[in-house]
Design a protein around this ligand. Structure first.
Ligand SMILES: NC(=O)c1ccc[n+]([C@@H]2O[C@H](COP(=O)([O-])OP(=O)(O)OC[C@H]3O[C@@H](n4cnc5c(N)ncnc54)[C@H](OP(=O)(O)O)[C@@H]3O)[C@@H](O)[C@H]2O)c1
Length: 257
């Protein structure tokens, strides 16, 4: 029987993944934020769903979770839990800055640190749920963008350090989940840029089984991501050319004068 660790299972993409793993008869170790959220999972077969409670923005609860799951063997580890607070950077209370970084980046690093030894033994796949915000500027979401850029870069560095360990990092775009209401963002229209959690959950579920490396799940998201990376690389190239032209001109001027 296959076994998965899945964080952030109460709503959105995590909930969709939970339903898919359960339907395929996986054993799921799910992480929820509060004890009171347990009742939202009463309808799932309880012999295959083990719930752990941990507020991942809190170091003590994250470490307690790691101690509780350290000895378990997983085939897949999906680090999905994530959150943000929307708003102008200066208006963000300091505690909110810390909460975003702790939940989206630090907790995931600690979980990987605690589990990677067993993951190597079991050849478990580690899946990081990142965001296009890791590459593209995110308006009123600078801390969130930094947390996801950190997560993506952590994945990239780790994949060099552990080339044999299967890992997947998914940089996704806008998905129509409760994420935005929870962030306090104004409820704008959900236009065609927003994908449904069912579509993204389905694609993610397939790629978890089949793929490793960096992915974006949808052609338009992949194009945006690649276009921005090319634009960035081009900007760096142009700046380096301008700079070397400036310095050679300075050298010539110094010789002449
Ligand atoms: N929706 C998008 O447009 C979008 C775009 C790019 C990336 N993502 C990423 O996709 C992942 C899933 O997000 P989603 O859209 O499905 O949002 P969601 O519906 O809000 O789901 C996020 C899940 O993470 C859990 N979580 C948040 N903070 C936590 C904490 N401190 N401790 C424990 N659990 C916590 C939430 O628990 P509660 O139910 O208790 O809140 C929830 O179950 C996140 O990593 C998000 O950053 C989403």
């Amino acid at each position: 029987m296959k076994s998965v660790l899945l964080t952030g299972i109460r709503t959105g993409i995590g909930r969709n993944l939970l339903e898919r793993f359960m339907a395929d008869h996986w054993h799921v170790t799910g992480v929820i934020r509060r004890e009171s959220q347990r009742r939202a999972f009463a309808d799932f077969p309880q012999d295959r769903l083990k719930l752990f409670v941990a507020d991942l923005s809190r170091e003590d609860e994250t470490f307690r979770l790691i101690e509780g799951i350290r000895a378990l063997a997983f085939n897949v580890i999906v680090l999905n839990a994530g959150m943000t607070y929307s708003g102008h950077f200066l208006k963000l209370p300091r505690e909110h800055i810390d909460e975003i970084i702790r939940t989206n980046l630090l907790a995931n690093m600690h979980i990987v640190h605690g589990l990677i030894g067993r993951a190597v033994e079991n050849n478990a796949k580690i899946v990081f749920i990142s965001s296009l915000a890791a590459r593209l500027p995110a308006f009123n979401s600078g801390v969130y963008a930094a947390s996801k850029a950190g997560l993506s870069h952590f994945y990239t560095s780790l994949s060099y350090e552990y080339p044999a360990l299967p890992m997947l990092c998914v940089e996704i775009g806008l998905v129509n989940t409760p994420f935005f209401e929870k962030s306090g963002a104004p409820a704008g229209p959900r236009n065609s840029f927003f994908k449904s959690p069912a579509l993204i959950g389905g694609r993610l579920y397939r790629e978890i089984q089949t793929k490793r490396g960096m992915t974006s799940l949808c052609a338009d998201w992949t194009m945006m991501r690649k276009a921005f990376m090319i634009f960035e690389a081009l900007t760096v190239w142009i700046i380096s050319k301008l700079r070397s032209a400036y310095y050679s001109r300075q050298k010539i001027l110094t010789k002449v004068l």
